[in-house]
Design a binder for this molecule. Structure first.
Ligand code: PMV
Length: 337
């Protein structure tokens, strides 16, 4: 298969910037993979919002004289498992473009220090976009499928605004300016998570009696979330988001041994959100593979929500983000033949 649609960039570095995304309807579980390029195919559909405040920048160049790929993240050369994830993406880029040269990658996370946010989605999306562009591949759907190989949720970070992922690649469902919402991250613990999402979802699939039910109901929750976004129905979106979040966590909690990401402060924050809502402030919570709570609200409610979250016990900091753009690449696809 040939998917190269622009000229190769051999004489200089390519830079790509990709933003973090937060799933409102969750991905948790993989479809069986027989070939390396089928890695991280989702067992359930997910829906996300790309964020403007948090992103990763990757500079990539071909290194024909090097013996192997070299990947530096925030000044640290990756080794072991972290390196092999990145190399899996680079291998697939080489296979698609029918090239053999190693890559040299320098990535920087622009996520506030101690944000407690996984940046693998933005990191793998930036890496995939930059390496693909160097190899002459600029089609966003192909780049999304490449990013997915490094980290499932990275498939969604290739696109801006509201994004669905229900197959080999993600797809945009509504643009950045579709809906004037904000997402606040209440950080209660910025440390590394006890068990990463990849291991935890595989463990859930193997040992949780609720996993089958989770997969079975996911399509209906996804449809409800997509319909709510299309109709800008905030109440319906929050309902689908909280149901998806709770069912994902319930499936993990029922694994053997159980996986519980929450801390006391996380539950406290959910209660704060419920109280705000009871007082007429529109907002809703979600959580991923960690204890930090993400709160969605209309842009007009940000100050009220921020103040209430900041006053809750155990909150270290609040990061406010608006909907963010698609991946940006330099030199851009305008060089396409
Ligand atoms: O693709 P990963 O390994 O980053 O897994 C993401 C899992 C969740 O963040 C919990 C849900 C999601 O859809 O992003």
């Amino acid at each position: 298969m040939t998917v190269a649609t622009a000229s190769l960039v051999l004489d200089r570095a390519v830079t790509a910037r990709a933003h973090v995304n937060i799933a409102l309807i969750k991905y948790w579980g993989k479809a069986p993979a027989r070939r390396p390029e089928d890695a991280n195919l989702p067992a359930v559909p997910s829906l996300s919002l790309t964020l403007d405040a948090l992103y990763t920048e990757s500079r990539v160049r071909f290194a024909p004289d090097a013996r192997a790929d070299r990947v530096v993240l925030d000044g640290r050369e990756l080794q072991g498992k972290e390196l092999s994830r990145a190399v899996a993406v680079l291998d697939r880029v080489r296979a698609l473009a029918e090239l053999a040269a190693p890559f040299e990658v320098d990535s920087v996370n622009h996520v506030p220090t101690a944000a407690g946010l996984a940046s693998s989605a933005s990191g793998m999306a930036a890496l995939a976009a930059a390496a693909a562009r160097a190899a002459g591949i600029v089609d966003p759907t192909t780049v999304s499928a490449l990013a997915r190989i490094g980290s499932g949720s990275a498939a969604r970070s290739v696109f801006g605004g509201w994004v669905a992922w229900d197959g080999p690649a993600a797809r945009p469902v509504a643009p950045v300016d579709h809906w004037d919402l904000a997402l606040l991250v209440a950080v209660v613990d910025a440390g590394p998570k006890a068990i990463g999402s990849r291991d935890a979802m595989n463990h859930t699939a193997r040992t949780s009696p609720y996993y089958g039910e989770w997969v079975q109901q996911a399509g209906a929750t996804f449809d409800a979330g997509c319909a709510a976004v299309a109709a800008r129905d905030f109440e319906a979106l929050v309902r689908a988001m909280e149901v998806s979040t709770m069912r994902m966590h319930a499936s993990a909690m029922a694994a053997d041994p159980p996986v519980l990401y929450w801390q006391a402060a996380s539950v406290g924050l959910m209660r704060v959100v419920e109280r705000l809502r009871a007082d007429g402030v529109p907002c809703g919570w979600t959580m991923d593979a960690g204890p930090n709570v993400k709160v969605l609200c209309p842009a007009s409610a940000v100050e009220t929500v921020r103040a209430a979250l900041a006053a809750a016990p155990g909150v270290e900091r609040i990061i406010v983000s608006r909907p963010g753009p698609a991946v940006w690449v330099e030199p851009g696809p305008m060089e396409a033949k």
